[in-house]
Design a binder for this molecule. Sequence first.
Ligand code: HEM
Length: 410
Amino acid sequence: MAHFDENAKPFSKQWLDDRLAISTVMKVLNTEYWIPKNINFLWAMGMILAATFGILLVSGIFLLMYYNPSTDLAFDSVNYTIMTEVGYGWLWRHIHGVGASVIFLIIYIHMFTGIYYGSYKRGREMIWLSGMLLFVLFSAEAFSGYMLPWGQMSYWAGMVITNLFSGGSLEAYGLVEWIRGDYVPGQAFLSRFFMLHVLLLPLVIIGGIVFHFATLRLPHVNNQDGEEFDFEESANLWREGTVESRKASKVIPFQPVFLSKDVFVMGVYFILFFYLVFYNFEFAMDPVNFDPADGLKTPAHIYPEWYFLWSYEILRPFSKDMGLIAFGIAQVIFLTLPFLDRSPVVAPASKRGLFHIWFWLMLIDVIILTFMGKLPPTDEVFALTGKIAAYTFFALWIALPFITMTEKKK
Ligand code: HEM
């Protein structure tokens, strides 16, 4: 070995470094991981997501100690044992419920920040793709978790969503039953969603987050102006260590400088988070799900959690086959963004002409779809608004390459 200090005391800094290259790892991931100065609080969303995922893991582990994954006992183990018998069980449940809901709000803010600043282009495509992979994984994680209390909404949302796999006119005989492990959601269904929620999906998500971080390392994060500059040159200015050179440098090291900013934004976030946990947790819990699952009593209006409403609304206005296709496309269309945006310009949307309008239309459209998805489809005005919003969604995606091509010519 090249630099091996035989005299180093066991477990001293040098001894560990010789064996684990800790100082090199710390440099690559922390003290020499350069972050542009020109970014705002929206760039803290990634770390907030990682922290919220950590909280979901810890609270999930506590809930798991008393949860019972059987169709006879699941409902009571959550609503009675955990909520009333176990010390602070209610607190872990509120933290888990609020965390699951809030993480989607932050994911959407993080995604739309990326879209606004063009952070998915010019070498950052893999960041975007790995982010979208995480989005799909978190959606599956949230859906499988929603099944576990085995309330009315768990049962019927499970029924409706697994029904999507009946394949419309394709008549994919047996597929739905294969997914459910039965003709209707039952014990096999609950057991497999339990396994997915507590084991397989969290493992894959952890892998996905590591991959997302790895994709960030080489292209570095974007900045508010989409400015390309020589990171190494700026890093050298920082390393010089004088007040002037550090002022002139366009970057700061992740640790300790940037991290302290991240921790500040995270502090503000956690004040709001725990305010919700203690005083406003109801928004994260559907009242219908406080009735135990009953396969003979269909709820009047079945709808998913708020974060799935926009894509659910895209499914509703179309006939069965078209609805299914539209829903499928809506789930993955954001993946294609780096390839449908034909412009090489990396800049905030406000400086990108037509794309600026595209961005706001898309955001407003997704918000309208979300509201319409919650309302009963029986009202004609709401149904029509939902339909127009669903068509607008696809029209915007079709228009995107053409809008961005003109930008290229300029
Ligand atoms: C849910 C788990 C996720 C975690 C833990 C996570 C974490 C992070 C972190 C720590 C950063 C660097 C700091 C920042 O820009 O905020 C980042 C950047 C980024 N993430 Fe995520 N992310 C997640 C999901 C997503 C999703 C769903 C997308 C969208 C498809 C996405 C797209 C991006 C992009 C494009 C960047 C680069 C931003 C830039 O260069 O300015 N991420 N992510």
